[in-house]
Design a protein around this ligand. Structure first.
Ligand code: F6P
Length: 513
């Protein structure tokens, strides 16, 4: 049965036409502590009837069964005929389903490599220690590692510096290579498929850069490693087998920060830090698997999302981290959420008759307050927002108090609004927001936060009956880019639609293709 046919969906539709709260009524507190995170959903537009109907919806959609299916390795990605077992990567070995049993062995190698790079045991071909790691990968092979390294790295770290290259724009690689000493640089090529255009082009150029400077094919063995499911392609690229670490079909790219793809985390945080990160994710999983729905953080946040998007007409979801070190969180969550749940057919291929995930966007507070928050307070579009706060900052306590004061003031303004005789100064308020607090920003709390959003995405996929683990929509653009690239370079006749043809001609004329 499709979601909108369930009894609870109908009940929620009726509840949405009623006023959730009478004016001036203080919202009933709704807070949850889980896996070291504190969440306050009190400012969401909920009441007891709505919460009960949302939980009934989760039950009607058999969410409990779906959660068990995820953890036990059932095929939850039907179009690719695979389980989605990223949770196994953060679980103790005795809890890992059979299909993922190889993971601890490979992860031990990854941690060993990271330690060898940190303490200088891994040396370049000329015997020099590695000072710089250039990580080449895109999407899920980039966003998670960069977020975690950017969030947790400290200046005191002795570990090699890590430079991320994702964009095919040569500016990205050029910046990463500027000033690098090839004898002290390690390239990590991360591509689950080893066929992603951007990564292949960047990796090929990096390889030429290295060979031009060292003149030694043999040296590749000390300066290039790869992480991929496609061991053959990595071999063809010239990376020796002992430097290629496997990935597995049962880990989706955007869920792969826990896997060998997380090598940069291990380099930056060391073994202990990486294990604490996994531990935070696992703690969240344990809570998710065992807490009753009414006290279950991922489940409740997922249900609140459904209420906002499907019943209250919310068309966009803002991610507002109040923390400079979490500035990359919106980028990471955009891929995680929109690549997972930006779908318009059910698991059986039939068209959905409801809205799935709205647009996710965001940016760091307080900067956003002086940019787009005007629209949030007085614009005509409906939105909901997640405020993400850090209880105890690392530096400059007074700055941190101001930071958190601003976060609380913003969510309060969004709830209360402001009455005024002057319509220009009127602020409607009544916007649904959730505030998540990490007591401090550590590997464990960041691991829990990332796992939290992964599981929210999963729950929403189950409620909507869509496949959160495929991404067929991105294939078309990839295919179309190939002949356009040929035609831009004048290597084949123009065969495009009128607009694209004109643009190709213009680009060829202005920039030499
Ligand atoms: O284009 C989308 C995508 O397939 C993502 O899902 C993935 O994270 C990214 O490309 C990179 O893929 P790969 O790791 O295979 O290079």
């Amino acid at each position: 049965m499709t979601p909108e046919r369930t009894g609870s969906w109908k009940k929620l539709t009726a509840l949405a036409s009623e006023q959730v709260r009478s004016e001036g009524e203080a919202p009933a507190p709704l807070t949850i502590d889980a896996a070291g995170l504190h969440a306050d959903l009190t400012k969401q537009r909920l009441n007891a009837d709505v919460t009960a109907a949302l939980i009934a919806l989760a039950e009607e959609r058999r969410l409990a069964e779906a959660i068990e299916n995820q953890f036990t390795g059932a095929i939850v990605n039907g179009t690719e005929d695979r389980p989605a077992l990223h949770s196994a990567l953060r679980a103790p070995s005795e809890a890992i389903p059979a299909v993922a049993r190889d993971a601890p062995r490979v992860m031990a190698q990854i941690l060993e490599l990271a330690e060898a790079l940190r303490n200088g045991r891994w040396r370049g071909a000329t015997g020099k220690a590695i000072t710089d790691v250039v990580h080449i990968g895109i999407g899920g092979s980039h966003l998670g590692p960069e977020l975690v390294v950017d969030a947790l790295r400290t200046r005191a770290d002795q570990a090699p510096a890590i430079h991320f290259v994702a964009n095919i724009d040569g500016e990205a690689l050029d910046q990463a290579l500027a000033g690098r000493d090839p004898e002290r640089t390690l390239f990590v090529i991360v591509s689950k498929s080893f066929s992603t255009l951007e990564t292949r082009v960047n990796a090929t150029t990096a390889r030429s850069w290295f060979l031009e400077r060292t003149g030694s094919l043999e040296a590749i063995g000390r300066h290039f490693v790869a992480i991929s499911t496609n061991l053959e392609a990595a071999d063809e690229f010239g990376i020796p087998a002992e430097n290629v670490f496997p990935m597995w079909d049962w880990v989706g790219g955007r869920y792969s920060v826990w896997s060998p793809v997380g090598l940069p985390l291990a380099i930056a945080l060391g073994r202990q830090g990486f294990e604490a990160f996994l531990g935070g994710g696992h703690a969240l999983d344990q809570h998710f698997r065992s807490a009753p729905f009414g006290e279950n953080l991922p489940v409740l946040m997922a249900l609140v999302g459904i209420w906002n998007y499907n019943f209250l007409g919310v068309t966009n979801q803002a991610i507002l981290p109040y923390g400079e070190r979490l500035r990359l969180l919106p980028d990471f969550l955009q891929q995680l959420i929109m690549e997972s749940n930006g779908k318009s057919v059910h698991n059986d291929g039939s068209a959905v008759a409801l809205h799935t995930m709205p647009i996710v966007w965001g940016g760091r507070g307080t900067n956003g307050q002086h940019a787009y928050h005007q629209l949030l307070h007085q614009g005509t579009r409906s939105f909901s927002a997640d405020f993400i706060l850090i209880g105890k900052g690392r530096v400059l306590a007074e700055h941190h108090r101001w930071l958190n004061a601003n976060a609380l003031a913003q969510s309060q303004a969004m709830l209360q609004g402001q009455r005024s005789e002057d319509p220009h100064k009127q602020v409607s308020g009544n916007k649904g927001t959730t505030t998540l607090v990490l007591p401090s920003l550590t590997p464990a709390t960041l691991g829990a936060l990332i796992a939290l959003y992964e599981q929210i995405v999963f729950c929403q996929g189950v409620i909507w009956d869509i496949n959160s683990f495929d991404q067929w929509g991105v294939e078309l653009g990839k295919r179309l880019a190939v002949p356009i690239h040929e035609q831009l370079g004048g290597r084949s006749a123009l065969t495009q639609d009128t607009s694209t043809k004109d643009l190709i001609e213009y680009l060829r004329g202005s920039a030499g293709g």
